[in-house]
Design a binder for this molecule. Structure first.
Ligand code: A2P
Length: 340
């Protein structure tokens, strides 16, 4: 249990990355009660200066010698190896670790939390670690939760359209560089992804298992069941990387437990905290990545009946993967812990 204070010492491991930078912005925007900040990254960023809440903070190189004495919260969004090593260590030392990797998510003694959906899970953090879900799972469970509570959800079929920022800052640079090269009739190279991502899409996120599923698809199914506390829920996913800089989109097909008219579904979704229903086909209003960029809310549109199955519903969901999909969700968890 964290002692109440007027300000907390926060460490960010991976501060210079796409999610780390967003975390700084969100701590500032939401006026998180900061006593001080410790920013960590690799050797190449050490000494860089980043600003937050009107002050400048110097980036430190993360090494096994780094001291975390006095740190209250650690946000980790770097590499799996870093999560594994520092997550365990800091959690055991009494730091509240909020981890963005897949390393701990499915462990029974680590809560996996989207505060609007299952904040109650934060009451038990025996290892001092809380995981945030994959950036596609978060908007998916935000959409499913009110439907689950109202009429039950039996099966979910989701196809994702994931922006390159989900892979990190290097992938964003790669999309921009490839686009500029190709527009200038120059040859271009793929480094981050196995193929060119500009003017293309890749039906492949993570690694393939023996059955042909991508690790991202497996994560979505498992994490959704854990967060909604529905171990029997049938979920199948196809994950696709698209040449979009920010925001993940999802086409979601749901088989509900009982009939629900699209208007009733819209009302349930609109009442969900953190969700905005943006759905007026006659006026060509539907959520798009450019609209949701930099926004905190999960946007839902294209709500319609799927007549091909009993109690079928189709949804289109867009959310900023760096904000609600990562940094915002992490800071919201810290706010819950602070409030006690
Ligand atoms: P750096 O910028 O110095 O490489 P992204 O997901 O956007 O690629 O960001 C990854 C984050 O993790 C960056 O802040 C990056 O720092 C940091 N990082 C990657 N590898 C290491 C490492 N070996 N030690 C410390 N920080 C690392």
């Amino acid at each position: 249990m964290l002692k109440k204070k007027s300000g907390y010492v926060v460490a960010i491991l991976g501060a210079t990355g796409a999610v780390g930078k967003e975390t700084l912005e969100i701590l500032e925007g939401r006026r998180f009660p900061l006593a001080s900040l410790r920013l960590f990254a690799s050797k190449r960023s050490a000494g860089e200066v980043m600003s937050c809440q009107g002050k400048e903070w110097k980036v430190e190189e993360l090494t096994t010698e780094s001291s975390f004495t006095g740190v209250d919260f650690a946000f980790i969004s770097a590499t799996d190896a870093i999560s594994r090593e520092y997550g365990q260590r800091l959690g055991a030392a009494g730091v509240v670790v909020i981890d963005d990797s897949g390393v701990f998510r499915m462990e029974a003694d680590v809560p996996l939390v989207v505060p609007e959906v299952n904040a109650h899970a934060l009451t038990a953090m025996p290892r001092g670690i809380v995981s945030i879900p994959n950036c596609t799972t978060t908007p998916l469970v935000m959409a499913l939760k009110p439907l689950q509570d109202a009429v039950g959800v039996k099966r979910v079929v989701v196809t994702t359209f994931q922006s390159v920022s989900g892979t990190g800052a290097a992938a964003m640079d790669e999309l921009m560089t490839q686009t500029k090269d190709l527009m200038s009739f120059r040859d271009t190279k793929a480094n981050v992804y196995p193929y060119q991502i500009a003017f293309n899409l890749l039906p492949h996120i993570g690694s393939f298992n023996d059955g042909g599923d991508c690790s991202e698809e497996v994560k979505i199914a498992r994490e959704t069941r854990k967060i909604l506390e529905t171990p029997a829920l049938r979920v199948t996913a196809t994950t696709v990387r698209v040449p979009v800089l920010r925001c993940h989109s999802e086409a979601i097909n749901v088989e509900l437990g009982r009939p629900l008219k699209p208007n009733e579904a819209r009302a349930l979704l609109a009442a969900m905290p953190g969700v905005i229903v943006y759905d007026d086909p006659a006026k060509k209003l539907y959520p798009m990545p450019l609209d949701a960029t930099g926004k905190d809310e999960v946007y839902i549109g294209r709500v319609r009946e799927d007549e091909s199955i009993t109690n079928g519903l189709n949804l289109w969901v867009v959310s900023d993967n760096l904000r609600k999909g990562a940094a915002l969700n992490a800071v919201q968890i810290a706010e819950y812990v602070v409030r006690g």
